[in-house]
Write a protein that binds this ligand. Structure first.
Ligand SMILES: Nc1ncnc2c1ncn2[C@@H]1O[C@H](COP(=O)(O)OP(=O)(O)OP(=O)(O)O)[C@@H](O)[C@H]1O
Ligand SMILES: [Mg+2]
Length: 227
């Protein structure tokens, strides 16, 4: 049996603009091992967020297959894709996507509630303490800075200990020191939980700490060595 957790096969995705199709991802294929930590780099507009959305089943490719273990994600119904995402995936969105009517604590605990899981209090405290948001738990997202919201989004993505974590520029709103801490936390938890982690980032210094760096350009992925 293959050790691949995730396989993308011949993925194509284009967007329509002014009655023209613009190809964004072109016959893109990649396999990712269980427990592997990957940095996804590439210019703004190269398609990093789109690719993460396709891996999570939020968006569908035009053609090609997304396979997570034995499941071909893009052949599932929308309801099954949603269930899969809720249970197996932790997604840190580039623009956070916190729910404004829920407190910070409620936002973080939401994945547990949706999966009818009980809270592991020690793990909850580990997350909020190491992201330094323990003082913010009763506040609401609109009252937080961008960097604070980003750290809440990170806790929410990890709380249910998913096997696949997709992080879309998870340190983009943080100062250098906090970015280093949050990145280290993501890597440590991934190792501890044997998670497969894909991090889109523009920060090459952080990217160089991962197992494998993949550059997205002209719709394709190439492996890159950062010195
Ligand atoms: N739903 C959509 N409809 C039309 N165009 C889209 C759609 N989603 C993405 N695009 C276009 O696809 C391109 C890639 O967008 P994407 O957000 O994936 O890039 P990115 O690599 O994440 O960029 P950044 O580093 O700025 O976050 C952009 O030109 C964007 O405008
Ligand atoms: Mg993006």
């Amino acid at each position: 049996m293959s050790a691949h957790l995730l396989t993308l096969t011949h993925i194509n995705k284009s967007f329509a603009e002014h009655h023209q199709q613009h190809p964004l991802l072109k016959d893109l294929s990649i396999s990712v091992n269980q427990g592997e930590v990957i940095a996804l780099i590439g210019a703004s507009g190269s398609g990093k967020s789109t690719l993460l959305n396709i891996i999570a089943g939020i968006e569908l490719p035009d053609t090609g297959r997304v396979t997570v273990e034995q499941t071909v994600l893009n052949q599932l119904s929308e309801a099954d894709r949603t269930r899969f995402r809720r249970q197996q995936v932790g997604f840190i969105f580039q623009f956070f996507n916190l729910l404004p009517t829920l407190s910070v604590r409620e936002n973080i605990l939401l994945p547990l509630q949706l999966n009818q899981l009980t809270t592991d209090q020690a793990f909850f405290e580990l997350l909020v303490n190491s992201t330094q948001i323990e003082q913010l738990l009763d506040r609401y997202p609109d009252d937080l800075s961008g960097g604070e919201q980003q750290r809440v989004a990170l806790c929410r993505a990890l709380i249910h200990q998913p096997r696949l974590v997709l992080a879309d520029e998870p340190t983009g709103s943080l100062d250098n020191e906090t970015a280093d801490q949050v990145f280290t936390l993501l890597l440590n938890i991934a190792h501890q939980e044997q998670q497969t982690l894909i991090i889109a980032t523009h920060n090459l210094q952080l990217a160089s700490q991962t197992d494998r760096v993949c550059r997205l350009a002209s719709g394709k992925i190439t492996e890159q060595t950062l010195s």
